[in-house]
Design a protein around this ligand. Structure first.
Ligand code: ZN
Length: 319
């Protein structure tokens, strides 16, 4: 592992320096995706990728990890061959319509989960952090929500612009939206990728206000044991997926930006919207390795926060 590209860091959640080995594996044992080439980072099949756990807050993270300034090597250069000429990513081909339909259906459930916590008569602005191919932004538009997206992947940004969506690279966003805040923030399958978590948290803090609703999903350390048992590493892929949060670690982390989980009860959002206690849900839904949470910013207490205090609810889909 080349020191030029990788560095060893203290716990980015609590700054703890007491870290214990959690799991390590050679890159060659992970699922090899033909479209990805990490040789630009000096990674080959024998490169050992290590995760450690903070003794203080239990955060599990890849360490040493890529230095922030080389993120573009992972998210742009290594993927150069991934999209070019692929009809799935060519707007309005049959393959593209099939992909879009499936993804939009999968992401649609985010909206009832978030909108449960806002006044629907207010005009709403949503920021999709890591907006990908713009599925959430397109759906937001259909629902009369102004959607703005940020992504670091240049191909995806161009794709979104082709759909007429308002999207920006992080530096463009900073220049145009400095000091603005959003009612809804979506961070879908993003946090596991974030190299500099402190920068990420201050960004989320800077674009949120009292009562901002945050949708966050990602992967937990259970995923590593799950895939380890199967002997097949697909999502526990330690070049891109470098952060593994337990529920309590994530609450501690988001709490630093004034976000509290809206989560004492659970709704199984199937056709009948059945409510069950969280404890029972954990029994019927064993640890999957994935989490999905709704947070509300509570830096001061407003009407919505007061209402939520009375009935804290988080929603999950169990299929
Ligand atoms: Zn820690």
């Amino acid at each position: 592992m080349k020191e030029e590209y990788f560095e060893y860091i203290p716990c980015p959640v609590c700054n703890g320096e007491q870290l214990e080995g959690f799991f390590k594996i050679a890159y060659g044992k992970l699922k090899q995706k033909r479209s990805l080439d990490y040789s630009c980072l000096g990674i080959n099949k024998d490169t050992l990728l290590e995760t450690r756990r903070c003794k203080e807050c239990k955060f599990v993270f890849v360490n040493p990890r890529v230095r922030s300034k080389y993120a573009h090597l992972i998210y742009n250069q290594s993927k150069e061959g991934k999209y070019a000429g692929n009809k799935r990513y060519t707007i309005d081909t049959a393959e593209n319509r099939d992909m879009t339909r499936q993804r939009k259906l999968a992401y649609f459930s985010i909206f009832p989960k978030m909108l449960n916590y806002v006044n629907l008569s207010d005009s709403l602005r949503l920021l999709d952090v890591g907006c990908g191919f713009g599925h959430v932004l397109s759906l937001a538009g259909e629902l009369g929500i102004e959607g703005i997206g940020v992504d670091i992947d240049e191909f995806r940004l161009e794709y979104c612009r082709g759909l007429g969506l308002k999207v920006f690279s992080p530096s463009e966003f900073k220049a145009d939206y400095e000091g603005e805040s959003f009612d809804l923030i979506v961070c879908q399958s993003v946090i596991e990728h974030v190299i500099d978590l402190n920068e990420f948290l201050s960004f989320i803090d800077s674009i949120s206000k009292e009562n901002t609703i945050l949708y966050l999903n990602g992967i937990s350390p259970h995923l590593i044991s799950k895939e380890s048992k199967k002997g097949r590493f697909v999502k526990a892929h330690f070049v891109e997926h470098i952060n593994y949060f337990y529920d309590s670690t994530l609450d501690l982390f988001m709490g630093q930006a004034g976000f509290a989980p809206a989560s004492h009860e659970i709704i199984i959002l199937n056709s009948r919207k059945i409510r069950i206690p969280l404890k029972l849900a954990r029994v019927i839904r064993p640890k999957t390795g994935f989490f999905e949470k709704i947070y509300i910013k509570e830096s001061c207490i407003g009407e919505i926060a007061k209402r939520l205090r009375g009935s804290k609810v988080v929603e999950y889909i169990i299929s």
